[in-house]
Design a protein around this ligand. Structure first.
Ligand code: ADP
Ligand code: MG
Length: 270
């Protein structure tokens, strides 16, 4: 079983990318489960065709016995969709919610028969709860979605620090960066340089494309909405890369000044 986690700053494109990867893998005949670990609870929206109506935490909170059917929902092409869920806004810790939800999934043996698990995890900060997929071995191959914007790189670098910490004592490794373009000058070159410096690779450079938004408006992945579009092929290639990737590394994060210098160097080269 391949156990992948996709981390990155809020709004950077984790769920969109994860859902397209899941769709691509399912089209290859693989059994895929996508697990949203973000209190936004919208990781699986493009696969389900609607917002998940029942998160793991919703069900746990009801206090009755939780069954698989309560928490695992069937999405596009039979992809299993799970949302960990989060606290009511303003109350409680979202990270804690992830811990409870993932423990419940393990207890139910919900994920034992899949070929690929994809955890979609909010990672502005790698606080205790959000580090759980890495720390507790739920995921072993970590990918970080980032654009060339400084704050996105800053979040990516912090996530790499978290991965490094756990990589030094366990099986978790960084599989690569996933560049999600914001159409900045020299963005791909910057991301390639950042990846090299982090001791990893740029697994894909995904163009910013209107077809992604058109598909999203219909609550679909690009793979479903426009399978012949070049953007669909980009996601298919990324999915294949994730499956076959054997270059998993212990990352070497930068200090903030070095990160700033890198951004200035490539931004100024325009
Ligand atoms: P996250 O899960 O990281 O919070 P989302 O996947 O929800 O982010 O994406 C945020 C927004 O960016 C969505 O409206 C999504 O459609 C859009 N988006 C993501 N990737 C692309 C892309 N490559 N091209 C165009 N829009 C994109
Ligand atoms: Mg998301």
């Amino acid at each position: 079983m391949k156990k992948i986690a996709i981390y990155g700053k809020g709004g950077i494109g984790k769920s969109t990318t994860a859902a397209n990867i899941s769709a691509a893998l399912s089209q290859q005949g693989l059994k895929v489960c996508q697990i949203g670990c973000d209190p936004k609870n919208d990781s699986t929206r493009l696969l389900l065709g609607h917002l998940c109506r029942r998160t793991v935490l919703d069900t746990v909170r009801e206090g009755k016995e939780v069954t698989l059917a309560d928490v695992v929902h069937s999405g596009y092409n039979g992809i299993k969709c799970v949302e960990a869920g989060g606290p009511e806004p303003g109350v409680g810790c979202a990270g804690r919610g992830i811990i409870v939800a993932l423990e419940k999934l393990t207890e139910l043996q919900a994920l034992d028969e899949e070929d690929v698990l994809i955890y979609d995890v909010l990672g502005d900060v790698v606080c205790g709860g959000f580090a759980v997929p890495i720390r507790e071995g739920y995921a072993t191959d970590i990918y970080i979605v980032t654009s060339g914007e400084l704050m996105s790189l800053y979040a990516a670098n912090n996530i790499a620090k978290g991965v490094r910490r756990f990589a030094l004592r366990g099986k978790v490794r960084l599989g690569g960066l996933i560049g999600n373009s914001r159409n900045m000058p020299n963005e791909k070159e910057l991301l390639e340089a950042f990846a090299r410096r982090l001791n990893t690779r740029l697994a894909s450079f995904i163009p910013r494309a209107a077809v992604v938004n058109r598909a999203e408006n219909l609550r679909q992945t690009v793979l479903q909405y426009a399978p012949d579009d070049p953007q669909a092929e980009i996601y298919r290639r990324l999915a294949a890369r994730l499956l076959s990737n054997e270059e998993l590394t212990v990352p070497t994060p930068l200090d903030f000044e070095e990160l700033e210098d890198l951004v200035i160097k490539y931004g100024a080269a325009d």
